[in-house]
Design a protein around this ligand. Structure first.
Ligand SMILES: [Mg+2]
Length: 302
């Protein structure tokens, strides 16, 4: 099969990329990534290989990172380890706490474009409910790695073992999700006015209703004047009930991954499909193995 990739890619800032060859189709302008277990191991620093691939991707596309985590986590996990020029940093769109905050590179620093926070009395009520629930269900740990309840402004997060718990401890705490489900149900019954959702491997997030990663994607579309077909989302929890699922449900092309090495392979395939031969407007044969991989990816796509 002969494919011609990406006509007009030399004017990448304005011309969308056509990634149909990767099973995502449409005119892609932004590649959006979940953070934990998609770009990096949960709460850990991004691998240099993944950081380098992100830098190369920024030369081709706008990139969004969206997570339930705070901006400081984006900074510690990703931004400090990205070795890219300022003119590429302006192509990075950071959406901590599911897009209730939005940061961009402006005048040599990361600038908050907006923030949608809870009122102080609401924060206190949510923290009390999470604490009561954890104590009554026997999930309150006395020995933790940092605070259990964290005020993220627009999101209150319960992390059973503390924010800085080692990933191995976190993964082992609730492998079947039953502890998080019980606490989620406890708090959701008492605070029906708020959205209560399972977050990472030990966490429960409370936000305003309707704030999830789909909300963040809508904010991004608004900010950049995009249509759904201009975005591809990459995430590790696109399964129903997962914290990436709302993006898939709203109809954005979604690529499921299992950890950052899987994401790195996908980004490498995007870079390969938009490489310099494409910039020269050349056609080339697609190796059969890539076609097979593409078909598989296509089928995995919801
Ligand atoms: Mg994740």
């Amino acid at each position: 099969m002969v494919l011609c990739f990406v006509p007009g890619v030399s004017n990448q800032e304005k011309s969308p990329l056509n990634l149909e060859s990767l099973g995502v189709g449409g005119d892609v302008r932004v590649m959006a990534f979940d953070l934990d277990d998609t770009l990096a191991i949960s709460k850990s620093q991004i691998d240099p290989e993944m950081a380098a691939l992100l830098g190369r991707l920024l030369e081709r596309l706008e990139v969004c990172i969206i997570s339930g985590g705070r901006f400081e986590q984006f900074d510690n996990q990703v931004l400090k380890h990205l070795d890219v020029a300022d003119e590429l940093k302006v192509k990075l769109h950071l959406m901590p706490t599911c897009g209730t905050r939005y940061y961009r590179w402006q005048d040599g620093g990361w600038a908050q474009i907006y923030a949608e926070d809870f009122r102080e009395e609401d924060k206190a009520e949510i923290a009390d409910s999470l604490t009561d629930g954890a104590r009554q269900l026997g999930l309150w740990q006395e020995q933790t790695w940092g605070p259990i309840i964290e005020d993220r402004g627009s999101q209150i997060t319960f992390s059973a073992l503390g924010q800085s718990a080692p990933p191995a401890e976190k993964y082992a705490w609730d492998p079947d999700g039953s502890k998080r489900a019980a606490l989620r149900e406890f708090v959701a019954k008492r605070l029906p006015q708020w959205e209560v959702r399972g977050g990472g491997s030990t966490s429960i997030d409370v936000t305003k209703k309707g704030v999830d990663k789909a909300y963040g994607m809508r904010k991004l579309m608004e900010a950049l004047d995009l249509k759904m077909e201009n975005i591809v989302f990459v995430g590790d929890r696109l399964d129903e009930g997962g914290n990436d699922y709302p993006v898939r449900e709203m109809g954005i092309a979604s690529v499921p991954v299992e950890g950052w090495p899987d994401t790195a392979r996908y980004v490498a395939s995007v870079l390969a499909a938009t490489d310099t031969s494409a910039q020269r407007g050349l056609c080339r044969d697609t190796p059969p193995r890539r076609q097979a991989g593409r078909a598989r990816r296509s089928h995995r796509r919801p």
